[in-house]
Write a protein that binds this ligand. Structure first.
Ligand code: DAK
Length: 259
């Protein structure tokens, strides 16, 4: 991967989008690298959580690459949108939890990328927005869909129609991010949360992600069945036996084995 750096700390992977000259803007190469990142992380059974951030102090991702997009035809635009949507959906449906550590501008495709992650933490210097209508296009990497689901249609429509950016405190107020940190503390906070998640039974954590994501896409009757099946599947795991056994024996559980 040329534009994505990958580091592992215990059971946590930290991926950094690294195209600082263009504020980490998403061109086809970065999208291809993100695709490869997901394949690499998914293939590593020792990774229990992923933190995604941007290189440099200024930007998480300043959007899709405007230079690359500017001359697209209708068919090419659709193809570019599909490429991004496919990668972002692949990120959203990764089995393990994902945390976007938003360290600066998260505009257009950058805001959309953060929304494809499970959890968003940001620096107090972060700026979010969907500037697309100001450029003559719609959000194309899931922004119209995920923003409305995350913060509600009223606020999503305001942000998307107005193309106005919001700062970290406003992103927290509208529920786009879970927490804001001083910029220099963001990565430590994101890694600490990822490590906390990674200490819990990995199969159970992955089942929770699947239950929440898949349950949100169906009616409640179907959703609770999804939960029941995943709940049941945990009782075939060694980690469930250790977790509950440790409680009953009044001892601390052994580190979970992902089994
Ligand atoms: N694309 C390409 N290059 C970018 C870029 C971007 N999105 N953002 C920044 N850069 C480049 C700048 O061109 C500049 O390059 P040089 O001139 O140095 O070669 C370098 O990064 C530094 O940027 P600035 O000099 O502009 O830095 P400033 O601090 O002055 O400003 C800024 C930072 C983030 C406010 C500004 O760079 C900016 O406004 N950037 C553009 C933000 C933006 O509008 N992003 C949204 C892009 S639209 C779709 C598929 C996808 C999408 C839509 C439809 N379908 C196919 C349907 C997604 C759309 C978007 O994401």
């Amino acid at each position: 991967m040329t534009h994505v750096l990958l580091e592992k700390k215990d059971h946590v992977a930290i991926a950094t989008i690294n195209r600082p000259k263009a504020l980490n803007a998403l061109n086809s190469e970065v999208l291809a690298d993100l695709n490869e990142l997901v394949d690499t992380v998914n293939a590593d059974s020792e990774i229990y959580a992923l933190v995604l951030t941007g290189s440099g102090e200024k930007a998480f991702v300043a959007g899709a690459d405007i230079g690359e997009m500017s001359t697209l035809t209708k068919a090419e635009g659709e193809a570019f949108g599909k490429k991004g949507n496919d990668v972002f959906r692949k990120i959203e449906t990764m089995p393990i939890p994902t945390i976007a550590a938003v360290n600066g501008f998260a505009l257009g495709g950058g805001c959309e990328l953060s929304m494809a992650c499970d959890i968003r933490l940001c620096a107090d210097t972060a700026v979010f927005g969907q500037p697309e209508t100001g450029l003559g296009i719609t959000p194309g990497f899931g922004g119209t869909q995920r923003l409305a689901r995350l913060i509600g249609p009223g606020m999503a429509k305001q942000l998307i129609y107005s193309a106005k950016n919001i700062k970290a405190d406003e992103a927290l107020r509208v529920g786009l991010v879970n927490a804001v940190y001083p910029a220099e503390e963001l990565m430590a906070a994101a890694e600490k949360l990822a490590a906390t998640i990674a200490k819990n039974a990995p199969i159970a954590v992955r089942a929770c992600k699947k239950a929440i994501n898949e349950g949100l896409e169906v009616g409640m009757d179907e959703a609770v069945v999804i939960e029941e099946k995943l709940f049941g599947s945990c009782f075939e795991t060694a980690d469930q036996k250790e977790g509950m056994g440790a409680f009953l024996e009044k001892r601390k559980h052994e580190p979970y084995q992902n089994k």
